[in-house]
Design a protein around this ligand. Sequence first.
Ligand code: NI
Length: 137
Amino acid sequence: MTVYLTRRESFCASHRLHSEKLSEEENRKLFGKCNSENGHGHNYFIEVTVRGEPNSDTGLVMNLTELKEIIHRAILDKVDHKHLNLDVKELKGINPTTENLARAFFSMLTPAVPKGMLFEVRVFETEKNSAAFRGEN
Ligand code: NI
């Protein structure tokens, strides 16, 4: 009887999307404002979903306060109000697209979440755009 439990958090950060494999012009065309030379900011949201069987005594898959603290320690303390390209060692060398952030955040959370419980990390760069990673190849 598996139940999925999700906690939503937010953070603010700046980034610059830029691929070394593309020309300056191709980068500008593809990434638009996100290619802005000195970066620009987003109000990000992150949703972390864990899964498990609700405890028969408490009815909980996980204490949400505990999940909130894990997300803060593993991710938000490192990225909130930072420049994602420059200030976060876990993101060094990564083009910080929403897709790549979802993947990186999943890796950052893996050692912090009880084994086998982390199901999905979804990152929203805007209200309308999000990417999710479930640890699959
Ligand atoms: Ni952007």
